[in-house]
Ligand binder design. Structure first.
Ligand code: CUA
Length: 334
């Protein structure tokens, strides 16, 4: 009898371990692995998933077994037998979780220290979240962009902050997420390992345009990255091309619709045909004056039906005089 119990328990244990291994290794819930840390994070996730599977099967199995085996039979009106407890069981079900939790803590800590280790020769990118766009600044190149390009296989140090409320910088393919908090700078180190384009999202509800706070991270070869940098530093000479370029660089399309650029934002007023309307908007302001004021002091000229305080108030500091001229001229041509 005793031998049969031991045999049954051994078979059960092997079946449970096999089930945990199978679920942990074959279930594919994570997005593409685009950074070195994603491999480590996914490894940890698979172990946790496997352990959780075994625990789930034990707990649910015991529950179903007890429900069936000890249910009240028809005609049985007696009380259940009084049971006080079982010291052996108590010790086992305290010890096993304690060992598991300690093991998982140590492993998680190892993964954490591994992925947070600052890389050598890291490229610094300052990320600023704003309602409702992302701005990326490369101090090494004194360059601002609305999407972030990274050379493959070189560590990147993101320094993340916010210009208004709390946002969260999230690149699922990198397994990287960090809150963007006004007045604080959070650091995030990653190393992209696969060339491609991956979505950047905001993971903290930050207002009306939260769902539209999407851009892309582009991982490319070092020469491609360098030519992108060179291209970004030079504003195109064609005035319309230059206007589209600046509209993109400053993330205007996150909130405004402008068919010429493919932008479909709805947080702010549509800019389609703005050139025809601008002159008639405010008495005493000609079209150009209205456009300039709207960009430099958006709160003074909020269009009826739209919320104040959503357009960045500091474009006057971020745009150079030349950039402002280009943008105003371009928008008046729409
Ligand atoms: Cu920014 Cu949600």
């Amino acid at each position: 009898m005793r031998e049969r119990t031991v045999f049954a328990l051994t078979v059960l244990t092997l079946v449970l371990l096999a089930a945990g291994y199978w679920v942990g290794s074959s279930v594919d819930l994570m997005p593409f692995q685009a950074s070195t840390r994603s491999v480590l994070v996914d490894g940890l996730f698979r172990i946790l998933l496997g352990v959780a599977t075994v625990i789930f099967l034990i707990v649910e199995g015991a529950l179903v077994y007890a429900v069936l085996r000890f249910r009240r039979r028809a005609g049985d009106e007696s009380d259940a037998a009084p049971v006080h407890g079982h010291t052996g069981l108590e010790v086992v079900w305290t010890l096993i979780p304690a060992v598991l939790v300690t093991g998982i803590s140590v492993y998680s800590f190892m993964v954490l220290t591994d992925i947070e280790r600052p890389g050598d020769d890291a490229l610094v990118v300052e990320v600023t979240a704003r309602q409702f766009s992302w701005e990326f600044y490369y101090p090494d190149y004194e360059l601002t962009a609305a999407e972030v390009h990274l050379p493959v296989n070189r560590p990147v140090r993101f320094l993340i902050s916010s210009g208004d409320v709390i946002h969260s910088f999230w690149v699922p393919a990198f397994r990287a997420k960090r809150d963007a908090t006004p007045g604080q700078v959070a650091e995030l180190v990653i190393e992209p390992q696969t060339i491609g384009r991956y979505p950047v999202r905001c993971a903290e509800l930050c207002g009306f345009g939260h769902a539209g706070m999407i851009t892309e991270v582009v991982v490319e070869t070092d020469p491609d990255f360098r030519s992108w940098i060179a291209g970004q530093r030079a504003i195109p000479s064609d005035p319309i091309e230059a206007g589209r370029f600046l509209f993109g660089r400053y993330g205007c399309g996150a909130c405004h619709t402008l068919t010429d650029t493919g932008a479909t934002g709805v947080v702010g007023p549509s800019l389609d045909g703005i050139g025809e309307r601008a002159a008639t908007r405010v008495a005493g302001l000609d079209a150009e004056g209205y456009m300039r004021e709207s960009i430099l002091r958006p709160s003074a000229l909020v269009v009826a039906g739209f919320q104040d305080g959503l357009m960045p108030p500091n474009l006057g500091e971020r745009l150079s005089q030349q950039e402002l001229d280009i943008l105003v001229k371009y928008l008046l041509g729409q």
